[in-house]
Design a protein around this ligand. Structure first.
Ligand SMILES: NC(=O)c1ccc[n+]([C@@H]2O[C@H](COP(=O)([O-])OP(=O)(O)OC[C@H]3O[C@@H](n4cnc5c(N)ncnc54)[C@H](OP(=O)(O)O)[C@@H]3O)[C@@H](O)[C@H]2O)c1
Length: 248
């Protein structure tokens, strides 16, 4: 992907990985638009990065996605890149006396998977009109080898991998490129984490590796330990089977 001169819309740009990528792209001379639920957090990121713009958006709400996509495209007709990054991670036991909360499960799927699909769908008609466009989907190393404690999260990430493969194939003869960014454990507050685990990659280190991956033009960008999980769970071995089922 070209690394400058883009107009990039990033969901979940107010903190963590999304903020890291927003700031890295901003510094490279891209027009960056960030979105999320908490206006104060979005505003603080924009104040720290003059020129960045924000949109308040809950990706669990389909009407908001359509309205915000329309507004962002009207405000920035050159918008040519969408990074669907917003996500949550919850821990549940399905083996305990009490069943996990159905509302929380549905909400997690709605944010991580349905929200990503709807965000992509809302921007695609516009992206198709651009000379060069990129859609980045955030999955996880846990898409390929699940961590049982966060079973629903891992299932949403496996589904994002599958969805991205299919859209890349459907768009193979167009100007729209689909990239799957596959993080390892990164020091953020995802899932109520402390943000400073000794086993995690830091946000700046992750951001630098992700930017290298984008610049290199790969369709799939596994980072750090996620490379091992990607190779173990799918990786290259799945490609001949996919090509066999989906002729060019
Ligand atoms: N950190 C890791 O170890 C790791 C590993 C693999 C994959 N990932 C993936 O990377 C992505 C970013 O994770 P992170 O670690 O940076 O998490 P984070 O620090 O918790 O940040 C999550 C971001 O998503 C936004 N968000 C959450 N729910 C939203 C909603 N309903 N609508 C709009 N925005 C929403 C949050 O903003 P608001 O709360 O203001 O809405 C926040 O900006 C996620 O997709 C995650 O699954 C993370």
């Amino acid at each position: 992907m070209r690394m400058d001169g883009n107009t990039i819309f990033i969901t979940g740009g107010s903190e963590g990985i999304g903020r890291g990528m927003a700031e890295a792209f901003h510094q490279l001379g891209n027009q960056v638009l960030i979105a999320g639920r908490r206006e104060a957090a979005l505003k603080a990121v924009c104040e720290a990065n003059p020129g960045m713009r924000y949109y308040v958006l809950d990706v669990a709400d389909p009407m908001q996605i359509v309205a915000v996509a329309k507004k962002a495209i009207a405000d920035f007709p050159k918008l040519n890149c969408v990074i669907a990054n917003a996500g949550v991670q919850r821990l549940y036991s399905f083996a305990g006396e009490q069943a996990p909360d159905d509302f929380l499960i549905a909400e997690e799927i709605n944010i991580n998977l349905t929200g990503l699909i709807r965000t992509t769908t809302a921007f695609l008609p516009h992206l198709r009109t651009q000379e060069r466009a990129t859609v980045v989907h955030l999955s996880s190393g846990l898409a390929f080898v699940p961590l049982a404690a966060c079973a629903v999260y891992c299932a949403t990430k496996a589904a994002i991998h599958s969805f991205t493969l299919s859209l890349r194939h459907q768009y193979r003869n167009t100007s729209v490129k689909f990239v799957e960014l596959i993080p390892p454990r990164v020091d953020t507050t995802l899932g109520g984490g402390s943000g400073n685990s000794p086993f995690s990659m830091t946000v700046p280190d992750f951001g630098a590796a992700a930017m290298n991956g984008f610049a290199g033009g790969a369709d799939e960008v596994p980072v750090g330990h996620a490379k091992n999980l990607f190779a173990a769970g799918a990786g290259e071995s799945a490609k001949p089977a996919f090509a066999g089922m989906n002729p060019a």
